[in-house]
Design a protein around this ligand. Sequence first.
Ligand code: ARG
Length: 467
Amino acid sequence: MKKSRKPWGGRFSAPTDRQVEEFTSSLPFDRRLYRHDIAGSIAHCRMLERIGVISREEADKIAAGLEGIRRDIEAGLLRFSPELEDIHMAVESALVERIGPAGGKLHSGRSRNDQVALDLRLYLREETARIISLLERLKDAFLDTARSEIDTILPGYTHLQKAQPVLLSHYLLAYWEMLDRDETRFRECLERINVLPLGAAALAGSSLPLDRKYVAQILEFPRISGNSMDAVSDRDFAAEFLFAASLCMMHMSRFCEDLIIWSSGEFSFIEISDAFTTGSSLMPQKKNPDVAELVRGKTGRVYGNLICLLTVLKGLPMSYNRDLQEDKEPVFDTVDTLAGCLGVIGSMLDGIKFDRERMLEEAARGFSTATEIADYLVMKGVPFRTAHGIVGGIVGECVRSGKTLADLRLEDWRRYHSSFGNDVFSRLDAKSSILSKTVEGGTGRKQVKKRIEALERLRSKRRKADR
Ligand code: ARG
């Protein structure tokens, strides 16, 4: 009878069905973890040496073998046989092939259950750090554009109905705030990713005197997991990462939605550079904001990944279950999608031309300074509700007679309320409306400038610390 050739095949008398092999294999996607798998194995091997489970020579042989495998993978010289279930077994079998029986000692006191948890944490730790630096760069791009557009006035909307004039800078800095919260979320997530699960073995820990602190030290983990059953079944850190990614994508998607609307002929507030738009194969006149649309579209896929992992996790009995193999693809796909979007948005933002005149023209339209007129009356002692009613009446009459507020003469104003004086005329345009916003956190030019300067100081502090 043909025996199983698997590393776990001892108790099996028949080989695995071909279909099952293909069905259960994670190698096509988890090979991405090879570097982390090898780093984890070298650390484990050095620890086994330290506690006397393997000799110095064996450890050196194993470590050198693993390094060689890494180099060969990187050079594209190593082809894994598809019957190897996953990257962990693939590396181990390559090791045994290269260094002989000593390779078989590496897995002492370890299970793939704690090994895969370690690999995923090492991978996410690195990728989260990369996402954080991409976020920093994107925040910088928003800040720089806010600085260069400090005098640009934009009609502000609520319900996509013209509301009040705002500074474009103020709008851009709103995204800075969102991205900053995203960054904080990823940093907090990093704390929970950064815990060593190795030593949990299959679920119960090990009877070998494993020195987990030593492994943690080599792999630079500030903490080791406190419960072996939790350690092999916990994917909270990955779910958190996916949630942070989902929120971040949502922010970018909203920004892209504005870009899409603003670049339409009807709005014409911006022109996205040719390098970041595409044409139509049929309509020669078209210039489409495909990049922005794709970011918006890809947001759905990242949400899907979050729901995918949460659903994989929800019914699992303690502790490790093979379902957990399904954690990797949503994580990998999210990392790729998010990193791609963060990069492309920053570059697209740099190439956007804002049509300042057009924005200003629209900002002044549609009675967008009506609130300022109501505030004007409030400052003259009129109760706000009354002022609101009076100005509403003025707007209504203007709409019916096809006039704007600027068409009204002093006697018209005074017909509505005796508190109106000549100073009302300086309250009617978008610029003065913005100048009047003195409240902290508001769109007043002084306030926005103060904010830009504060954020620039923060940035140079960060850059100094990074150096
Ligand atoms: N490929 C598996 C995963 O991704 C590795 C762990 C398998 N463990 C096991 N006992 N079958 O989760």
